[in-house]
Ligand binder design. Sequence first.
Ligand code: 2NL
Length: 327
Amino acid sequence: MQEQLKELNQVAVNAIASTDNLDELDKLRVKYLGKKGELSQILRGMGKLAAQERPAVGSQANVVKEEVQQNLEQRKQALQQAKIAAQIEAETLDVTMPGVNRPLGRVHPLNGVVDRVLDIFVGLGYTVATGPQIETDYYNFEALNTPKDHPARDMQDTFYLPGGNLLRTHTSSVQIRYMENNEPPIRIIAPGRVYRRDTVDATHSAVFNQVEILAIDQGLKFTDLKGTIKEFLQRMFGDELPVQFRTSYFPFTEPSAEVDVQWKGKWLEVMGCGMVDPNVLKAVGYDPEIYTGFAAGFGVERFAMVLHQIDDIRRLYNSDLRFLNQF
Ligand code: 2NL
């Protein structure tokens, strides 16, 4: 029996050493040390031994059991380590591989100009106001002192929708809506897309972006308008900028003016402005005997073209990256 145990020990240790698989290792454990395993089978023969032989065999069996167990445990550890090492090896990143280039987007030059304009006026205490692009005749024309038979409608003739609504020709409609819902004093700036029935060429587009400002308060005068416009234009184009006001006409302002800046040696018309016509104030329920105000409006594309020396307005709409990447 001692021979048998010695033999079992030898065979088991060899088998354990030569397996490289954790499942097989567990099968070996069952095979040698399990309840119905080989060690148990040998020990079942103990009964046939003489009483004085039993202690020696018993203690040898324990030694064998312990040694096989120890071998199993060590092999298990080694195989688990190897498995983890193999996994790490397989998942290793090659940090020297070339990366995937994902270029960052950037602000469109048109939106860049709008952002700068809004920053300046918000800094002067103005609130940004927005409104619908589809308007009623009332908000786009009537409330702005431009009745149905008014000749100014011809120059702004726009896109009419079935039912009589239209695509707004300026963001003044936003300001009318704002005044209806707020009491003076107000200072607002209304940026947004506007529409005019225009033939597209290098300097015209039927869809463009406009910004209008409006201030209503007691005692506002033309000099307040001039100061505000001058401050704005100098922040936009630089401190030394020559600015001039020329008399003009808009149905919703009286008096009205066109503003020119001297840029690269030439006078350029950049915006229109004026004191809000009393009829506009009356239309929103403000008393023109108490309140006065000024307003101004300009096309963002025009500003972007002047600031960035862009020769054709259509470049701003084509999404051509060769063009846009320059900004
Ligand atoms: C331009 C000129 C202008 C206004 C817009 C305005 C708005 C209200 C009342 C009175 Cl609610 N006026 N806006 C005034 C003068 C000129 O825009 O060249 N736009 C592209």
